[in-house]
Design a protein. Sequence first.
Length: 282
Amino acid sequence: MKQTLTSLLMLLFLQPAIAQRKYNKTPDPKEIITVKVYGGSFDLGSDDEVADRKPAHTVKLKDFKMGAYEVSQAQWEDVMGDNPSAYNCGECPVTNVSWDDVQKFIAKLNSSTGKHYRLPTEAEWEYAARGGNTEQLTKNRDIVARGGVNELLITDKNERVPEKDKTGDRYSGKKNAPQTVAWFDRNSEDHVHPIGRKQPNELKIYDMSGNVEEWCSDFYAGSYGSKNTVENPTGPDGGKSHVVRGGSISSNKDEISVTRRAAYVPGTKNNSLGFRLVEDSK
């Protein structure tokens, strides 16, 4: 009896590690893998957080293909012939790349592949991080709908459900316990990690919370400006900085949420700043 109890306790202790192990498979570091994200509507931002995430408003997006992984050092080196990252690891996300550097990488990649890659808009980024039209939302602790704003956030009377009455994942793929989906200040040991080693979100997209911050295409504005519904937004027409999303190895748990935004001038480079790609269909 004692031996059986000990075995059960050991199994419970090992279960998280066993569950995690199936994700510890890094893809070919030179292969760009994308996930089809079906379009839909969702609530971008949050009225309960800091000013630059307000006001929460409805965004409608068309289908797109999001990179399942952050661009790796091996991918960068294959296209550009060098590796600017301070922490050398082919399977890890490339870092020390400015927004301007990324545009040069994309131009070369598109020329060599005949495809059309680009940076995601921040609306595409947040929609994918939330799980797209598979995002699971709750009201009063009961799951009431899947599919974002179309079914839940706008009622039959066209009234927005209050923030306090609905919740989705705070982190990409997880409502709580970010350590299962993210490398951040609590578990990163202050260096980037190979792509795809944490659990993915509902769309099978990895590392959208933590590991490296990710450049987006949009210019940054200090707020979203209006509660009006918008379709396929691309951000302001101009500005001094570009949007960065996702948090990094240096971020605390509040800075790796799906709504968190930051702004960097396009020449910014650091050891925890990288990117992922979107592929447009021809």
